[in-house]
Design a protein around this ligand. Sequence first.
Ligand SMILES: [Fe+2]
Ligand SMILES: [Fe+2]
Length: 305
Amino acid sequence: MNTDFIERYITENFSEKRRKHTYGVRDTAVKLALKYGADPEKARVCALYHDMFRRASDEHIEECIKKNGLDPRYRGDADLAHSKIAAIYMKENMGIDDEDMLNAVSYHTTGRADMSVLEKVVFLADAIEPNRDYPSVGMLRELAEKDLDKACLVLLERTEGYLRTKGRTMDKDSIEAREYFRKVVESREMDNRELAMEAAKLLDLKKAENVLVIDVAEKSSFADFLVVASAGSERQAEALADDIEDKMAELGQNERLCEGRKKTGWVLLDFGDIIVNIFSRDMRDKYDLEKVWGDCDTVKVETEE
Ligand SMILES: [Fe+2]
Ligand SMILES: [Fe+2]
């Protein structure tokens, strides 16, 4: 993506401090993007634009509220409004219509619930780039190297604490983001047995048949728990697989690979320590996992009615 315009703008209009900050955000965002699988080029471009309107005047903000339907809560608040105005500018004036990029710039100050990887990368890079200097920045930099979600959570909690000392409250997008990341981090710390049970309960709730959780931790090197269920039809199996993917993603578990998804009568969803198997009735009988793992602890999951 051509960034001649914004780079010239930065050279001609930014203070030295803001210029250094912007390039610091760019380098950090690119590094984090490469590490966590976001597009580094998108991260670079977002970083260059992110503080373009950091010094937006009240008149400029007012104009954006009127013209672009910007939320009136940003009135007179350049600290928050500059992110929104930059995203609007990228779209309207630079023809950038990539939603993910626009969101990454738009939410770089507050964060929000359910951020994409690119959004998290830009949000964090803004806070931890090398020119930033505040007491917990070293710890945040280390955390960002290890755990993007946890780093976002700690940053939001830290921001909330800081604002509190100033007698201010956090923007509602940040509050929702903090709640979201708390949930993500907490559920990731759920143990594998609980996670397997969550998956099994969902399958049962969605009318899968004969739902079992088999504890194979002692006997197998590839997983700790197998969740096994049968579906009455191919369509139901597909729908159940989609539900499980959503639920597990919500719990911070991402699938490693997916086998036999289409019309084989066996959908296998691999979440590392937990493997969810959804069979057609025929295939369930054929493979008979209960028998294969007959000497393992098995829990049948059934809704009491
Ligand atoms: Fe900013
Ligand atoms: Fe910034």
